[in-house]
Design a protein around this ligand. Structure first.
Ligand code: OGA
Ligand code: NI
Length: 353
């Protein structure tokens, strides 16, 4: 037995997907092969390409990224097998009030239920988060991954995937740093005690795809997202130049990259974290696997000094990443009936000029 449709899934009319969403004029596709040589004209062109994709779209797709297709096949198969298990088996590793990691089938985005089930794990086996959302909280809680017994290779396959995708994420952060005029490794120290997590998403066929969403519209709160999707399609991105939703056309064995809220703040709005959502359909189930590249929980996020000046003052107050993350997780876990935390809550009131 899978998800059963009820009113909790129904989106307000203005947020429902239109029956047809165009794939035309979609996000840029970037060939990463110049990374191998690492310098020269092709590499400078790549940095420029990444920069304009971040600026104009906040999203791009990468090919020739160096991750073997077999690694992708293995994690896709493991996700398929896990979600095909009986519900009571999946619930043995269920996420709870006191552990945000594991299986869950009732997540909300902006207080509306998503048509999906997920499995979350962190790449470091455990994650540390501030104990409360009180300003200056020093106490932390530690959470551990919950691994299912079936399929037996699940954990190894997840580990293999996370190692590969983490390497790719580091390279992408270097390219983005260069595109902002920073040294390649300028941001590396933020990720030393990273809080990277991976989510396996399963979107079953939905009887009412015009009323519900697989994931409601949202922006990713972390630094960078590296997403693998199968060939079904359903990820919609809000195009910056006209605000229209466009569907990302699946390219076999590619990754979809987007800058999250933290890059928006670090870059003082040079790059923006762009809204996206997942449409579902009544025929085909879909799998996707986002990797969320996140700094250490104790990181205080604020615009980078090199990217601010007297003419371009910092537009954000500093905020604690761990507490931001925790607040988001809580509001997705239970409907709090209020808007969840967003970076604009930290936006400074600037004098208009
Ligand atoms: C997410 C997300 C997109 C997808 O989980 O934050 O945007 O295609 N997922 O599953
Ligand atoms: Ni997202």
């Amino acid at each position: 037995m899978g998800l059963e449709f009820d009113d909790a899934f129904i989106q307000a009319e203005e947020h429902r997907p239109k029956p047809y969403i165009s794939e035309a004029g979609g996000i840029p596709v970037i060939d990463l092969s110049p990374i191998i040589a690492g310098e020269g004209e092709a590499f400078s062109d790549l940095v420029a390409e990444v920069g304009s994709a971040c600026k104009n779209w906040g999203f791009f797709q990468v090919i020739n990224h160096g991750i073997d297709g077999k690694v992708l096949e293995r994690i896709h198969a493991a996700a398929r097998e896990f979600f095909a298990l009986p519900l009571e088996e999946k619930r043995r590793v269920r996420r709870g009030e006191d552990n945000p990691l594991g299986y869950y089938d009732a997540e909300n985005t902006k207080n509306v239920r998503d048509w999906k089930e997920v499995f979350d794990f962190v790449t470091n086996e455990s994650a540390e988060l501030p104990a409360t959302e009180e300003p200056g909280e020093k106490r932390t809680d530690v959470f551990w991954n919950q691994w299912p017994e079936y399929p037996p290779e699940f954990r190894d396959v997840c580990k293999e995937y996370s190692k590969e995708v983490e390497k790719l994420a580091y390279k992408l952060v270097e390219l983005i740093s260069l595109s902002l005029g920073l040294p390649a490794k300028r941001l590396s120290s933020f990720f030393k005690d990273d809080m990277n997590f991976i989510r396996l998403n399963h979107y079953p066929p939905c009887p009412e795809p015009q009323l519900a969403l697989g994931v409601g519209r949202h922006k990713d709160g972390g630094a960078l997202t590296v997403l693998f999707q199968d060939d079904v399609g359903g990820l919609d991105v809000r195009r910056k130049n006209d605000g229209e939703w466009v569907r990302v056309k699946p390219i076999h064995n590619s990754f979809i990259i987007n800058v999250g809220d933290i890059f928006q703040v670090w870059s003082n709005d040079t790059y923006e974290s762009v809204e996206h959502r997942v449409s579902v359909n009544s025929e085909r189930e879909r799998f996707s696997i986002p990797f969320f590249f996140n700094p250490a929980h104790y990181t205080n996020v604020k615009p980078l000094e090199e990217l601010t000046s007297e003419e371009n003052p910092a537009r954000y107050e500093e905020y604690n990443w761990g507490q931001f993350f925790k607040a988001r997780k809580n509001s997705n876990f239970k409907k709090l009936g209020k808007e969840n935390v967003q970076i604009y809550h930290f936006k400074k009131a600037l004098l208009a000029n």
